[in-house]
Write a protein that binds this ligand. Structure first.
Ligand code: UDP
Ligand code: MG
Length: 322
């Protein structure tokens, strides 16, 4: 089997790590990643051409200076984005850059919450034939109760809206060159990788890992960013919310029919102020009609919106290392 044979050869593995204001944790986490990389080179048939790509997502602290310093060691490469584009875009920038150079790319956070110890499992699943390997956390014990609840709700909502996601999988995943080439064909501006990647197809595998606490520094995902992320996920993958507006319109119109009958009956029985019937009927009927119209218009806007995402998603200002 030629294909399996190819998978047995030495692999060039790139780690892609988005970093936004990570001066507190990067000196430590970069060392942990480097040590693991060296270990993989000894034990997992990973080549010495492998790299750790640190993507500076427009940080305002000393992150880029730290990266420049790290890049003196040939295992590190730094990409500096022209400004802060958010986690998903920073990740995408790194993935797209790495795909031309690597056999497999693993994306992970800068704060060591993604356990580097399972990287050899990722590689093993790839060697067994998976093009995409998802890191799925085996418990949410390190999360606050609030985050656990909202995350659970989010996955349920996505499921209900017909969007395929992998529950309890963040962005810790391995993608082969083939999978990355496919991802590169998606031109949308609003990237939601957790929805896009399951969309690609291919043979996938799952590796369970324990997600630790952030090693140092603060979370770069405050509540409003989390909410934005969730809305992004929903609106990039489902037009069902628009359909719901439409359904609401239909429902209201049905109610209007009932109200019409009721008002007419009351009027015939003569128990009403003059003009009341007309006003009541108009309010309900027009409300329902407007909802239907909004739904129809929304449906079109939704389509145009999905198609029109053609803006560049990031600009790489400079790089260090190679
Ligand atoms: N991040 C980024 N750009 C941003 C926000 C976050 O590149 O605008 C990176 C951040 O440096 C980290 C990863 O995304 O490597 C995940 O962020 P964080 O650990 O703060 O999120 P949490 O784990 O708290 O959800
Ligand atoms: Mg984190």
């Amino acid at each position: 089997m030629l294909k399996l044979g190819m998978r047995e050869k030495e692999l060039t593995l790139y780690l892609v790590v988005p970093c936004y204001n990570e001066e507190a944790v990067l000196p430590k986490s970069s060392q942990v990643m480097l040590d693991e990389m060296k270990k993989l080179q000894k034990t997992a048939g990973v080549s010495s051409r492998s790299r750790i790509v640190l993507v500076d997502d427009g940080s305002r602290d000393a992150t880029w200076e730290i990266i420049e310093d790290l890049a003196k060691e040939p295992s590190f490469v730094g990409l500096k984005l022209a400004h802060n584009r958010g986690h998903q875009n920073a990740l995408l920038a790194g993935l797209m850059w790495a795909r031309e150079r690597a056999d497999v790319v693993v994306s992970m956070d800068a704060d060591l919450q993604d356990d580097v110890a399972v990287l050899d499992d990722f590689v093993a699943r790839y060697r067994e034939g998976a093009e995409i390997v998802y890191g799925v956390r085996n418990s949410r014990a390190t999360d606050t109760g609030f985050k656990r609840k909202t995350a659970g709700l989010f996955y349920k909502l996505m499921d209900w809206l017909g969007v395929e996601t992998v529950p309890d999988h963040a962005d810790y995943r391995l993608m082969s060159k083939v999978a990355l080439e496919a991802l590169a064909d998606y031109g949308e501006t609003n990237v939601f990788l957790r929805g896009l990647v399951p969309n690609l197809g291919f043979k996938t595998a799952v590796v369970k890992y324990g997600r630790g606490k952030r090693a140092a520094g603060e979370s770069k995902y405050p509540l409003h960013k989390m909410l934005n992320f969730a809305i992004e996920g929903v609106t990039s993958f489902s037009v069902r919310p628009l359909r719901l507006i439409f359904a609401l319109g239909v429902l209201l119109s049905l109610v209007a029919v009932g109200i019409i009958i009721y008002t007419l009956a009351v009027k015939i029985m003569g128990q009403t102020v003059s003009g009341w019937a007309f006003l009541t009927v108009s309010i309900w009927l027009l409300g329902g009609l407007q909802m239907i119209c909004l739904g129809v218009v929304g449906e079109y806007i939704g389509k145009i919106y999905v198609e029109a995402k053609r803006r560049p998603r990031f600009h790489i200002e400079k790089t260090v290392g190679k």
